[in-house]
Design a protein around this ligand. Structure first.
Ligand code: ADP
Ligand code: MG
Length: 247
């Protein structure tokens, strides 16, 4: 029984329809390779399957990176530890193993502006992404603003969920602006619902004793600090701004 031969472009079209875009884009080059190197049918097919597997892994990876919403991409290798001797490099390297994420504990990075808090949080985010963890980076301000807005269009619960789902939530710049009372409750909602369920990294230019002024309400401050600090590492950067040094 003779089979009708499908033209190459038609095969590619069908591969696309079957969502096998890795195979589709590699097909032509693999066919050429098969002829040139005399590959067996099995060798040819397994190469093509590998192309599909790799494409899917790449897609998954870039999706994870995109969803993390990192402000920039700088790793631990880009951080000059000699400029901030108050930071123990070993401690940061330990955090980069992501064991703290598996244990669902938190990290608090405290230091003056320019001392590398955002940089380190991004570096830890990249380490986590490299291990296939899900991450979300946001400033505290953006998060509480979006949560407030979501009350108006009834998407509040969904919005809350989006901050609960990632393995690691980074809340950058706590304390740069003081919060309105209603937003403090939203902040507390996130912290208490992630408690022992998912890690948070918080960066702040204020020491813990100053958090009263950030959260206004003393009772809520105690509640936030209590939950956050129960399982938490604290990295206090006692150095100068890297930006100032460079000038
Ligand atoms: P912070 O969040 O504490 O205000 P950033 O992390 O934004 O500070 O750092 C400011 C800039 O300086 C960034 O571009 C960051 O990459 C860089 N930087 C800060 N500290 C260091 C460091 N020790 N080594 C290399 N770059 C640094
Ligand atoms: Mg910062």
């Amino acid at each position: 029984m003779s089979q009708q031969i499908i033209p190459l472009t038609e095969i590619q079209k069908r591969l696309r329809e079957f969502k096998l875009s890795g195979m589709m884009s590699a097909l032509e080059i693999r066919l050429k390779q098969a002829t040139e190197e005399g590959l067996s049918y099995t060798e040819f097919l397994s190469l093509l399957l590998e192309d599909e597997v790799n494409r899917r892994a790449d897609n998954k990876r870039s999706k994870l990176y995109k969803k993390a919403k990192l402000p920039f991409e700088k790793g631990i290798e880009d951080f000059d530890f000699s400029f901030q001797p108050s930071i123990r490099k070993q401690e940061i390297l330990e955090l980069a193993t992501c064991r703290f994420i598996e244990k669902k504990t938190n990290l608090l990075l405290i230091g003056q502006p320019g001392t590398g808090k955002t940089h380190l949080s991004v570096a830890l985010a990249l380490a986590a992404l490299g291990r296939g963890k899900t991450v979300l980076f946001t400033t505290v301000w953006d998060m509480i603003t979006l949560l407030q807005q979501s009350r108006a269009d009834y998407s509040y619960q969904r919005k809350i969920q989006s901050y609960l789902v990632p393995d690691l939530l980074i809340l950058d710049e706590l304390g740069y602006r003081s919060m309105a009372e209603s937003t403090v409750e939203d902040f507390f909602e996130i912290v208490s619902r992630r408690y022992e369920r998912g890690s948070i990294i918080i960066t702040s230019n204020r020491t813990l004793v100053e958090w009263d002024t950030v959260f206004i309400d003393k009772t809520l401050t105690t509640a936030v600090v209590d939950r956050l600090m129960h399982h938490c590492s604290l990295v206090e950067i006692k150095g100068e701004s890297y930006r100032v040094r460079k000038r």
